[in-house]
Design a protein around this ligand. Structure first.
Ligand SMILES: [Zn+2]
Length: 446
């Protein structure tokens, strides 16, 4: 997880970073973090397998938002608010939420959403991230569908909100997935109880979960019935418990104040306590202790790409760029498919400011981009790397895409037109530029 230097973007619109040092109230930003997404994937894996779905093709994104919510943002994307994860107490409760969202996807509840949301093109993916960000800002799906999806009328309202019939069907399937995965569905009752009473509140005071997933007394009663009748097979759930501890440990250490973390871990020296302590020292800030603790963490559990990445991040944010590059290089070799680790390597290389490092940075950032372009910070670094390597056309299209991700399509179009003028006609970069120009025109016409 990274701290943003750009508080303006953080406050105004979509930024990947948790602005840990100064998180503005109600700031919403998409957090891209390899370790957190891996944790959610591990928690979801037994449920996806029960639903007959592939684990690797799913995205699990986190939105920095204190309010309680989780929602499906496409046939492959589940979004959870940080507030919900911090509020839930057990791996089973997080899995109950995931099971419910997976059921919305498996049961085809997206099919009445705008048809082009299902499109898999590059721009559709950018548009999707845009839609999520906009929905998060406005608290409704309406603006989202308008900007990102190119749809009109009543279907916009249906973008994120489910019907009561869909809720009942999702709860039923979720209970089935949980039982088949050996997870007691009583956790679903616990989750619904967290939201009980919110129906009576005014819309402004409700957590958005209640708006995206209509909550009724019937829903709670059905969940209680399902739980009381369930025969849950005995399965080894230790993998879920482990990744849940990493998820909660990392998130809370970054989001809560260091004192809270120090108090909870006491003088424990286990792996998870070391991870949380390293982050708490880093936030204090106490660079010497943060670095020493991260080193110890990597001795206790060597060859863990995410702990190596965390070490690299702490070094980088303390301007120890050579050491940061070495750590990120190792993390990237341990997990060559993790886009955000490649992006971290590229970022650290750029900080070295030498021609060789600039060339290598561009390669690392291009790899990260090819795996996962929905990452505003990656786009910022990639634009810088193109500029440093004398590729102004590619720098411009990358800046344009970054603006598009932030919902600023007019600014995006300005940079896209500049890119189109610099890049050979028909080249991949030029086609990306034309995509943005067309999207901006469509948004203006609407
Ligand atoms: Zn629902």
């Amino acid at each position: 997880m990274r701290r943003s230097l750009n508080h303006l973007i953080c406050a105004v619109f979509l930024a990947i970073n948790i602005c840990a040092a100064a998180l503005p109230a109600q700031a919403q930003s998409l957090i891209r973090d390899a370790e957190i997404e891996r944790s959610l994937r591990e928690l979801a894996a037994p449920l996806l397998s029960a639903a007959g779905m592939s684990t690797q093709r799913m995205n699990f994104w986190l939105l920095s938002d204190d309010r309680l919510n989780a929602f499906v943002a496409g046939p492959r994307t589940i979004v959870m608010h940080t507030g919900l994860i911090l509020r839930l107490d057990t791996p089973e409760q997080v899995q109950a939420v995931l099971a419910h969202e997976i059921a919305h996807i498996a049961n085809g509840h997206l099919s009445r959403r705008p048809a082009n949301m299902q499109a898999s093109g590059r721009l559709a993916r950018l548009g999707l991230a845009l839609a999520i960000a906009t929905a998060a800002i406005t608290g409704s799906g309406e603006a989202a569908a308008g900007i990102g999806m190119g749809t009109a009328g009543a279907s916009r309202r249906a973008f994120f909100a489910h019907t009561r019939a869909e809720e009942a069907s999702a709860d039923k399937s979720a209970a089935r997935y949980m039982i088949s995965a050996g997870i007691d569905p009583v956790a679903m009752v616990d989750v619904l109880t967290v939201f009980r009473g919110q129906e009576a509140l005014s819309t402004a005071r409700q957590d958005p979960y209640v708006r995206t997933h209509p909550l009724t007394r019937d829903r709670l009663r059905a969940a209680e019935n399902a739980a009381s009748q369930a025969r849950v097979p005995d399965r080894d759930n230790s993998n879920s418990a482990y990744w849940y501890a990493r998820l909660q440990g990392k998130l809370s250490a970054f989001l809560r104040n260091p004192g809270w973390t120090f108090q909870r871990i006491g003088d424990r020296q286990d792996e998870l306590a070391l991870m949380r302590r390293a982050i708490a020292h880093h936030k204090t800030p106490n660079p010497t202790r943060a670095i020493a603790t991260a080193e110890k963490l990597n001795e206790v559990r060597p060859n863990d790409p995410y702990y190596t990445e965390l070490y690299g991040q702490i070094l980088f944010e303390n301007r120890r760029y050579d050491a940061a590059v070495a750590a990120y290089r190792e993390a990237a070799s341990l997990a060559p498919r993790e886009a955000q680790i490649q992006a971290g390597l590229g970022r650290a290389l750029l900080a070295l400011k030498t021609p060789n490092a600039d060339r290598e940075a561009l390669r690392a950032l291009q790899i990260a981009y090819s795996r996962d372009p929905i990452d505003p910070r990656l786009l910022r670094d990639l634009a810088q790397a193109y500029a440093a390597n004398d590729q102004p056309g590619m720098a411009s299209i990358t800046v344009a895409e970054r603006y598009a991700l932030r919902g600023k399509l007019d600014d995006a179009a300005i940079h896209a037109r500049r890119a189109a003028g610099l890049l050979p006609a028909g080249s991949p970069g030029e086609r990306r530029a034309q995509d943005i120009i067309r999207a901006a025109e469509r948004a203006r016409d609407r």
